[in-house]
Design a protein around this ligand. Structure first.
Ligand code: G
Ligand code: G
Ligand code: MN
Ligand code: NA
Length: 256
């Protein structure tokens, strides 16, 4: 309960912050996508990673409020970049299962786009594979209602859940994010390489975009290139770590 109270305090005191991690196009090094990642700047404990507090926020329901703050902050930032950068930058926001399931979620998305005057194409919503694959019938309706506003939809942590491939075809999604666990050993483990190759083939035939997450080394990058994955986006420490908005803006400016 203690941590729950301090999360409420943090919302009031503006102690949360969004970091941004660029996604780099493998073929030409350009950047037109970034993922927003929440951080908690705790007055005593310093920077706390979301892995520590998001699960607690989910259990307590506070994720709905935190999620609203994240969505609003990311849209304000995306609007700022639309006004100040020469190329369009799409900002991806993580949506927890609980947020996605709440009845008012798509209204909230519509409202924040209107209020921040952000074109819907500049917002991407990242849903985890497990969130999307529960209650498939309901989710297809939810996803269509979001999609009809013009936002992009991506499936986070792809490959870790139990995606039914036949459902995948019926979901109006744009992007699969290959989970980091398949990338870590991709250059040493033939099985991981085969799995990634299969995901690439699947994405290709379903006309989905791909983001490879957690690319840390040149070897991993070379293996992805070898698999013919020129059109994919690379998100990982090899290129950029998540960073504060101002630092990210400098990266976006120099990549433009
Ligand atoms: O940035 P980092 O690797 O520490 O993030 C850890 C986890 O926290 C990731 O699974 C990420 O999806 C999740 N996460 C980061 N930011 C947000 C957010 O704004 N909302 C939600 N729901 N999850 C987030
Ligand atoms: O689950 P989700 O994909 O939303 O979370 C992405 C998380 O992965 C972020 O917390 C981010 O900090 C982390 N991340 C991004 N790139 C790398 C990387 O190259 N290596 C590692 N270990 N983590 C990464
Ligand atoms: Mn994510
Ligand atoms: Na992920």
């Amino acid at each position: 309960l203690k941590i729950e109270e301090s999360m409420r305090e943090a919302l009031k005191n503006d102690d949360f912050e969004l970091y941004y991690q660029p996604q780099v196009k493998l073929s030409d090094g350009s950047i037109s996508h970034v993922e927003a990642l929440i951080r908690w700047r705790h007055p005593e404990r310093g920077l706390i990673s979301p892995g520590e507090f998001i699960p607690i926020a989910e259990d307590s329901g506070l994720i709905v409020e935190i999620g609203r703050w994240v969505l609003n902050t990311a849209c304000v930032q995306a609007k700022h970049w639309q006004n100040t950068l020469p190329n369009p930058i799409r900002v991806a926001v993580n949506i927890s299962a609980r947020q996605f399931k709440s009845a008012s979620f798509s209204d909230e998305v519509a409202e924040v786009l209107l209020r921040t005057d952000l074109p819907a194409e500049l917002l991407e919503l990242e849903l985890t594979e497990s969130a999307v694959m529960n209650n498939v019938k309901e989710n297809i309706i939810r996803l269509h209602s979001l999609k009809s506003m013009g936002v992009s939809l991506s499936v986070d942590d792809f490959g870790t859940g139990y995606s039914s491939l036949s459902y995948l075809k019926r979901f109006p999604i744009d992007t699969l994010k290959i989970d980091r666990s398949f990338i870590i050993d991709i250059s040493n483990d033939e099985n991981d390489e085969a799995i990634v190759a299969a995901i690439l083939a699947l994405a290709n035939s379903l006309k989905l975009n791909i983001v490879a997450e957690g690319v840390e080394t040149l070897r991993q990058l070379e293996t992805l290139k070898k698999l013919g994955a020129q059109s994919i986006l690379i998100q990982g420490y090899y290129f950029h770590r998540p960073m504060p908005a101002n630092d990210c803006e400098q990266v976006l400016k120099s990549a433009a």
